[in-house]
Design a protein around this ligand. Structure first.
Ligand SMILES: Nc1ncnc2c1ncn2[C@@H]1O[C@H](COP(=O)(O)OP(=O)(O)OP(=O)(O)O)[C@@H](O)[C@H]1O
Ligand SMILES: Nc1ncnc2c1ncn2[C@@H]1O[C@H](COP(=O)(O)OP(=O)(O)OP(=O)(O)O)[C@@H](O)[C@H]1O
Ligand SMILES: [Mg+2]
Ligand SMILES: [Mg+2]
Lengths: 256, 256
């Protein structure tokens, strides 16, 4: 029975996709059968693993249109234990259609039944807004991982997101847990990092992961080659940090 | 008659809000009467200039609900020539409502009539997705400014956005121009910057601004104090870069 983790926060560019790709790859590398679902119409998670329109046979667009079951949209990757379902949107018309269909928040939860026994982990990459697709993800998920890049606007987004998760717990998914708050693009000893970290520790100490993802160029470079950082440069600080996170998460799974 | 510039791109965290705040402040500093409209339900543009729920009397939420005219929602700021209309959303329910109302793409265009003779520039901060609010902004705008932070996903977003602008030109606003592509959070001499810049120059050379916004901590620090960078640290590279951009833009206005 897979553990389903949504990677989400209503703030842009804080490393949701980079975390989805690299945590999924790291879990797979640690022998966990892992499925990465791209629920962002930008298709960035798929893109970062080399999936373009040309080599994608079907994806979340087909799943939400009830054209394909989820088990028929999985794609293998260079990493043995890692499978991906790309978004497969590519046009404005298909994006519009998927957004409308996503107003039914149960589609993903139901779709997951066809694959939940084939994997240890299912990770869901979400877009930077709350309605539709993110609501589907949180209705379906066992837990949510919240990436945070230091800055004033990010703190505001965390507070807003936690209120939203409370609402999800009331109306759509009473079992949902917080997997953790992940500090991303972290730069030690800067004023902005100090203010943000102090604020997060004050309100959310128990949720903050031990593992911290540093700002590290290979994490951005790797996406140009359609590879996770551990295939592009396994010794980089970024690749190692996501491996640490994978161990931290899979370590706790055995106790819950 | 105000020149209306939408600041938009369907990619998160690339400096849309930071550009909206600091370009607006810089234009005002150069004696241009400037209005900044926050069309993002996160309320980040307002927040970065010190507007919270407590000190906001009304905003874009009231405008879209036809409760207030735009001329009755403007707030003064510390800078004489700079006015702001905050989003004034603050709750999940109000966010849901505003998103629904924004499906009518003519609301902002019509609302702007009550203020267009009071300003030289109206800047609109947009959320990181295309439908609803961004469509309202581009239907109302004379031009669109496209911020780009180096990276693989950003390049994809630019291509997608230009296709979307073509569609806007066909169905909603045949006069819309590209104000320019703005390189933001720029880090010289990195692999990712080189790949991104080369690609942008190959396809979009004529649109790329001369002014480049460097990665510069004061641009992020200033938002914690509710101030634009030029009030927080006018000598910082970030504050100076946005002043350069303001001069580059207002310089060309006199020739078009
Ligand atoms: N730790 C890091 N160090 C350096 N660059 C990073 C790091 N994490 C992410 N990046 C880069 O920053 C950019 C934004 O990251 P990413 O796309 O993963 O964020 P996101 O939250 O998914 O954005 P969106 O809200 O648009 O979906 C990407 O170009 C990515 O390669
Ligand atoms: N040139 C810069 N140097 C350093 N930090 C920056 C710079 N530009 C923006 N930032 C910081 O990066 C973060 C993201 O910027 P910003 O919120 O302006 O992006 P955005 O595109 O509006 O994001 P969203 O898509 O979520 O609306 C903010 O914390 C901001 O203060
Ligand atoms: Mg993403
Ligand atoms: Mg913003």
């Amino acid at each position: 029975m897979a553990k389903v983790i949504a990677i989400a926060i209503p703030k842009g560019g804080v490393g949701k996709t980079t975390t989805a790709i690299n945590l999924a790859a790291s879990l797979a590398f640690c022998d966990q059968r892992t499925l990465l679902i791209d629920l962002d119409t930008s298709g960035a998670s798929g893109l970062g693993l080399g999936f373009t329109e040309a080599n994608t046979k079907s994806g979340m667009f087909e799943v939400f249109n009830f054209i394909s079951g989820l088990n028929h949209t999985v794609h293998k990757t260079e990493i043995p234990n890692l499978h991906v379902v790309p978004a497969n949107v590519h046009t404005l018309l298909r994006e519009e259609r998927l957004m409308k269909l996503a107003d039914n928040r149960l589609i993903l939860k139901n779709a997951l039944r066809s694959v939940e026994n084939d994997y240890d982990y299912v990770l869901i990459d979400c877009p930077p807004f709350l309605r539709g697709l993110t609501t589907n993800a949180l209705t379906a998920a066992d837990s949510v991982l919240v990436p945070v890049k230091s800055g004033h606007f990010a703190l505001d987004a965390v507070d807003k997101f936690f209120k939203y998760i409370d609402w999800i717990r009331e109306v759509a998914n009473k079992m949902i847990l917080i997997e953790g708050i992940l500090l991303t693009m972290y730069e030690q000893s800067t004023k902005v990092t100090e203010i943000t970290t102090r604020e997060l520790q004050a309100k959310y100490r128990k949720y903050v992961f031990e593992s911290i993802i540093p700002r590290n160029a290979p994490l951005s470079e790797a996406s140009f080659y359609g590879k996770p950082a551990l295939l592009y440069d396994i010794n980089s600080l970024g690749a190692q940090a996501y491996l640490d996170l994978a161990r931290e998460i899979s370590g706790r799974s055995s106790t819950t």
